[in-house]
Design a protein around this ligand. Sequence first.
Ligand SMILES: [Zn+2]
Length: 287
Amino acid sequence: MNLKQGIALMSSVLAFGLATEAGAVCNQTAASTSDRALWNTHGCWQDFFLWQYQAYGLRSGDWSNRGWNNACNVNLEYPKHWNASYLLTYGMADNLSQSFHGTVDYRATAEARSSKFHDSLYHSITDRTDVFGTFTPRFWPWDTDRVETACPLYNATVSNSNPGSRAGDYMHEGWHAYFDKYNFNNGNTGGHRPGPQGACTINGCDYFYFHGIGAYAFGALWENNGTASRFHSPNQVQVEFLCDVADQSQWWVPLSVRQAAASDANARAASRFINGPGYTCGSPRPW
Ligand SMILES: [Zn+2]
């Protein structure tokens, strides 16, 4: 915990007192159209969520008042978390001639286990509303890196509260873990470059290191050659994943899921790349 987090925690305790010691939770009254549409394709698959919490390193204390023991209520955060995992585990077409990357890449980026993509990590959740997610490298050698997703990915009234955007954030934060593993410095503004600059309109910018379809074999997303010719930024991995959801997903992935993914990707493409706009979903592939 850094000083800022310590102060934030202290002020929330002071503001709310002991009655809310367990902590606030994100809005739990609804799920978005796309969350419910995807949910209806599996109808709450128990074997999957019993696998998912382990594959993502979830800790019961983090999720106890967020559906940990109510995993079939799609209004709650944990069900939404595993709904997004279901999309990225089963929903991709893995089309060698069209997809940016394969399920094997997206799973390795999101899931907890240590690999060439990142050291071991676990997924937690935060009540912050000013971010979509955070990555925190481990402090103690025996601990693990932490990926947190935040309320804007769970509050149904926010446009990013959909399975594709949530899984897209697993990509983004997972890629900060990749940078941490290989000691790449992507900038000191929350792991990005200060902005606005170039075509990037926010404070927290990336480059888009454009590559052709087939440049990376499935499973090879982690590779780089130390130059811009073979490299990915967090927003880039996120946009490529979201456009694969939008344009190269399984036939049964609902249209609302695909449209929400495209909308998120295209907003990022327009606002987060110094050399933007990067790739726009629906544009022809390959080149
Ligand atoms: Zn790529």
